[in-house]
Design a protein around this ligand. Structure first.
Ligand SMILES: Cc1cc2nc3c(=O)[nH]c(=O)nc-3n(C[C@H](O)[C@H](O)[C@H](O)COP(=O)(O)OP(=O)(O)OC[C@H]3O[C@@H](n4cnc5c(N)ncnc54)[C@H](O)[C@@H]3O)c2cc1C
Length: 452
């Protein structure tokens, strides 16, 4: 039977695996994290338990399929545990990369390396307890800037304003390069934080940018009926900590204090100009200096160049020859040789970084899987390594893998911890603890041989 390797067990990898397995092929999933789910497990806001629980159930069903094998705790790529050439030596019929968008867009600012400056993805991984981010320093201070105006920025504001157990933030400011009409978050997400909005300062901010946004025909009087409906409701005092907005400015420089932590953010004031039927920010030479002790940039991510697939700018390279139809958009293309990497595909956020919700990643992965199935029909049979051979080979190198049985053990161990601590749920925040819990659970469930 033809065997497909799917690298990554986020929504894209799992839904693609389901489609490929249901068509009668074997699938071996290789996942960086011990647990499956990707950002559905470690990105979606912790309080969205119902959504996360529903997705976990669907993912568990996919993993139950007998044609699907799983190895967690196995990062694949040039700088990682299993290199691409080693992966190819295992001789899969097709290789599907569903590794998400693990690269970080650098702002390229002076001072960017200061302490207290984080990428949104890493910060979100931290509060969602993904190792190793879970135990790294993502300390926040009293005055936090979040750069970006999408749902991820709002999730982070929600964490800092509502749920951060340390309750350190006194003021959270969303810094946006464009204006109030270009807010990209959903109304229902903003509803979680709107009680913190400092409406007086917001009104001042609208006045401050009024003339600049009028240049593209935008009128601040319409803000309440469009992006900030809270402004149409009767005034109530904002709940502390306060949420503020700073429109039409882009980070220019981070100024650290003597202890190396961000102390100030220099921003460039922008104009708003019409471009391609929408609007764009245009930098002026005017700057302002704002006091912040933490800055989190939520401006989207890129594909991870360290995986080792052909990479250009922010993403893996796919076949530019679209005359073959949309199939090309899923095939990896080696620009160095000018040839398609036959049988190698990308799906989900690995194909289009930071694009859309789980439903979009699923749609993309299932569409990609249709093309993969077409390819498999004509592909030659191979002597692909079996799951047992793969496990032996990797574990010989000293790396402990987690298979489907291991995941079940982990589930039981975490449920037992939750019960012991009187919590609704519990997540180990370190790989070593997860591996130890799995080993312990396996030991406890291994029958002791009877004495002769
Ligand atoms: C902060 C945040 C909040 C979100 N909230 C919502 C929400 O509320 N609702 C919603 O519908 N969507 C939400 N999304 C979007 C949703 O999470 C994504 O659409 C979806 O997870 C993308 O799926 P993916 O499988 O392409 O990538 P990912 O979910 O990122 O999965 C990638 C997988 O690949 C693995 N991997 C990475 N690198 C390697 C490697 N080198 N080798 C092996 N494995 C690797 C990872 O371990 C992971 O399992 C949110 C996203 C973010 C960032």
């Amino acid at each position: 039977m033809k065997v497909v390797f799917v690298v990554g067990a986020g929504p894209a990898g799992l839904y693609a695996s389901q489609k490929i397995a249901r068509a009668g092929y074997s699938v071996i999933i290789l996942n960086r994290d011990i647990k499956p789910g990707g950002l559905a497990e470690y990105g979606i806001y912790p309080a969205k338990e119902k959504m996360k629980g529903g997705l976990r159930k669907q993912f568990a069903k996919i993993l139950e399929l007998p044609q699907v094998s799983y190895f967690g705790h196995l990062p694949v790529g040039q700088g990682y545990a299993l290199h691409l050439d080693e992966l190819r030596e295992l001789d899969p019929a097709a290789l599907v990369f569903a590794v998400g968008a693990q690269g970080t867009k650098k702002l390229g600012l002076p001072g960017e390396e200061a302490r207290g400056v984080y990428s949104a993805k890493n910060f979100v991984y931290h509060y969602n307890r993904l190792p190793p981010f879970s135990t790294q320093d993502y300390s926040t201070g009293k005055r936090v800037a979040i750069v970006g105006m999408g749902n991820v920025a709002v999730d982070i504001a929600r964490w800092l304003l509502e749920d951060d157990p340390e309750h350190k933030a006194e003021e959270v400011t969303i810094v946006a390069r464009r204006g109030p009409f270009e807010a990209k978050f959903d109304e229902k997400e903003f509803a979680h934080v709107e009680q913190h909005l400092d409406r007086r300062s917001f009104q001042d901010e609208l006045e401050r940018v009024k003339d600049r946004i009028a240049a593209v025909g935008e009128d601040i009087a319409k803000v309440p009926e469009t992006t900030f409906p809270i402004l149409a409701r009767p005034y109530t005092e904002p709940v502390k900590p306060r949420l503020r907005f700073r429109f039409l400015c882009s980070p220019k420089e981070i100024v650290p204090s003597a202890d190396g932590r961000i102390a100030k953010l220099v921003v460039t004031e922008n104009l708003l100009v019409a471009r391609d039927g929408g609007t764009a920010a245009k930098a002026t030479d005017q700057t302002d200096t704002l006091d912040f002790d933490t800055m989190i940039f939520a401006i989207g991510d890129t594909a991870d160049p360290n995986v080792g697939l052909p990479f250009a700018k922010d993403s893996y390279v796919t076949n530019p020859d679209t005359t073959t139809g949309e199939h090309a958009a899923y095939e990896v293309f080696d620009s160095a040789t000018g040839k398609v990497m036959t049988g190698t595909f990308v799906v989900g956020w690995a194909r289009k970084a930071s694009e859309g919700l789980v439903g979009v990643a699923r749609f993309d992965a299932e569409k990609g899987a249709t093309h993969i199935l077409q390819y498999l029909e004509g592909a030659a049979d191979r002597q692909t390594a079996t799951p047992t051979e793969i496990a032996k080979r990797i574990e010989r190198g000293g790396r402990q893998l987690v298979d489907k049985a291991g995941l079940e053990c982990l589930g039981r161990a975490e449920a037992a911890q939750a019960q012991a601590l009187g919590l609704p749920s519990f997540k180990f925040a370190e790989d070593a603890k997860m591996l130890a819990a799995i080993a312990e659970e396996k030991r406890a469930n291994t029958p002791v041989p009877a004495d002769d």
